[in-house]
Design a protein around this ligand. Sequence first.
Ligand code: PMP
Length: 436
Amino acid sequence: PTPPSSTDSPRGLAIAEAAAAVIPGGVNSSTRFIGAPYSFVAADGAYLTDADGRRYLDYHAAFGAILLGHNAPVVNDAIRAALDGVDLTGIGVTEAEVRLAQRIVEVIPSAESMIATMSGSEATAQAIRLARAVTDRDLIIKFQGGFHGWHDAVARNVISAPDRAYGRDPLSKGILDQAVDATLIAEFNDLESVEALFDAHRDRIAAVILEPIPHNVGALVPTTEFVEGLRKLTEQQGSLLIFDEVITGFRHALGGYQQVIGVTPDLTTFGKGMANGFPAGGVAGRRELMEHFNGRTGDVLMAGTFNGNPLGCAAALATIDYLAGHPEFYTRTHALGERMRTGLRGILAYLDIEATVVGFGGVFAVYFLAGPALGYRDLMRNDDAAYVAFHRGMTDRGFLMLPMSLKRNHISGSHTEEEVDRTLEAARDVLATLAR
Ligand code: PMP
C-alpha cells in the first residue's frame, strides 16, 4: 500500500476531517498525529486494515501495547467471559483482581504486592508519589530521553531536540515550575552523572526512575554495572529505585527486564503490553513500601474508579497466563528480533549507510548514526531526515513503523519469520534509495 492521501483514501480522509472538527488535532493523543489520515477499521494478529482497505504489517503495535498480536483470541475470549460477570461495583474486590495481583507477585522478582491502575502514567505518578511519601524527600532523578507518562512529575527532558518526538521541554505548558525543577536529569549508562546529582542534592532525592532499556529513544541497552551501580547508590543514599517496565515488562521476559539483568528495584510500574491492548497497569514492590497505599493504615492516596476493572483484569490475566504457559513466546520473539536486527545490519553495511541497529528481544530500532549508542548524548548525532525517509518508504510498502525517529518497533507473538524476511526485502529497497 501507499500511505493514505486525499486522492486514494476517501474514507480515511472523511473520518480524519470529521475528527478534526470535533477532536483537537483530530486525534486523542498528541503523539498520534503523523501527518496522514490514518483510520484503521480492522486488526488481526500482526496486521491492521485501514478504512480504504489497505493492509499493513504492524510494528507500531500501539506503542507496544500489543504484545501477543491484535485481537489475540485468548485475550478476547477472556474479555467476553468477563462481560457476563459483575461489571463494576466501587466497593470491595473481585476474584479476578486477586488473581491478577497473585500472578504479578509470582512472576515479577520485585513484587511482594501490587495495586492496579488503568495506564502507565497513573502507575508512574503513584510510584513517584509513594517514593516522596516514604522518603519524605522532594526530588527525583530521571534520565535524558526516558518517558514515563504525561504527568507533571516526569515532564522534563523527554526528548530535547525540537524536531524530535515530543518537541518541547518541559513536555507541556501549564506545568508548575516547581514540578519541573523537582525533576533532575541524568545521562543513561553514566553512573557518575547520577552520583553528581546525589552529591549536589544531599538527602533530597526520593527516587531514581528509569526505563531499564529506554525504548522511548529506541533501545539504549544498559550495562550491568550501570544498573547494579544504581541499585547500590540508591540503597546507600536512602532513596528508591523505580523500574518503569511499562514497555519492557512481560515483553522481554515474564519477570520483566529486572529478571534479565538480575537487579531488583524497590518499585516497578507496568502498563501497555500487560493486557495486550486493553487498559491496565499497575505498581508493584516491596510490601513494606506498598503498605503506604493501604487505605486504612497507610498515608498515600491511591484511588481510581476503574482500577482493577473487570475488562482490564481479564485481559491482563489472560495475557500473563498465556505468557506463563508459553515460554516459547520469548524464544520466538527474541529469535525474530535477532533475525531482523542482523538482517538490517547486513543491508546497511552492504549499502555503506552509517547506521546503528539496536534492540532487545522482539524490539528493534535503527539509528542513523555511527555507533555505539549508549546514552542519549550519542543520539544527538542521529540523522532524523534519513529516519523519516526510511519510515516513509516502509509505510509506503505496507510496513507500519513508529513515525518518530529514535523510537522503536515491536515484533509481537503473531509475526512470523516469513514476515520478517519480507520486511527485510522491503527495507533493502528503501535503504537503497537512501544510499544514492
Ligand atoms: N512509561 C513508559 C516507559 C512509557 O513508554 C509510557 C507510554 N509511552 C508510559 C510510561 C505512560 O503510559 P500510558 O501512556 O499508558 O499512560
